[in-house]
Design a protein. Sequence first.
Length: 348
Amino acid sequence: MDIRRSLSNHSGPRRSPHEVVRRLAEWMTPGVRPEDPVRELEERVAGLLGKERALFFPSGTMAQQTALRVHAERTGRHAFAGHPQSHLHVWENQGYSAVHGLRFHPVGDRNALLTLDDLGTVGEPLAAVVFELPQRDIGGQLPEFGDLAKQTGWARDNGAAAHCDGARIWEAQTGYDASLPEIAALFDTVYVSLYKGLEGVRGAVLAGDAETIEHAAVWRRRLGGAIVDAWPLAAIALMGLEENLPRMTEFKHHGQALARAINEDGFAHTTPEVPVTPLFHVHLPMPRLQTQLAAENLLKDEGIRLFLYARSNPDPGRCSFEVSVGIGALEFTPREVVELIRGLPSRV
């Protein structure tokens, strides 16, 4: 089915191969060598985050597992802690264990932000603590900056590294009265995604001090990530840094306008009620499978993709979906989004 418009930042016409290649061809200048985009990307990300070095990876899964492996080898510890709904644990088939022999120690309430008191309950030595900014699976919530500083301080005080799952750190920065270097300074290592808010095709960058990144480069090669012709992935990400990064606050404000309209209408509601980043969840009084079917029919009938998939709820009569606002979502007015959501039951 052809997608004419997409509220989801992860699909739509702007994501089509033809459109991505067309924009890249217009953006790139003649004379670029294959090694230039990767080198420039690593330098740009390191500079944006205020870190000594940065290293390109073909996937975020590989980048984060590498970071944890390096911290484990440097501390001699094999456990790391994080939120129960950490992306590393929920979405990556426990690769940290299968590939690297590491243990995950879930900390805190799975439906609430991690707290300093939660960390205080950990009773085993940790190689690292993973902090996801924002916490995607609970609606894009973001800890207060002061709380985050105390939690990363707790990690270091207990001999553990503080690692940032910053797949959406570009979006997270809009929720803080702090710069990207000030946020990154709280962490020993920071992973950033290239294909979410930046609309890249694939890839990630891991940033940290020079010694850590040198160690990470060894594991990148061992895991098969030191690919020679990575320039297309890096070049598309550089394009996103120039075109999308300056608009993150605009995306957040549009997300807040969408959430306000949804909540005022009353058929659905959002978490958070007022989004702190361009990411939030919409909760519906409909079963998941019916909602998924309705969305598929909307796409078939009108070429509009409202979301990628519906999320289940402990109440089988309810479900939710994720909204991540990017350039494509700016085409939707708040009133239109409300009408599309309210119209879902009629499309089952």
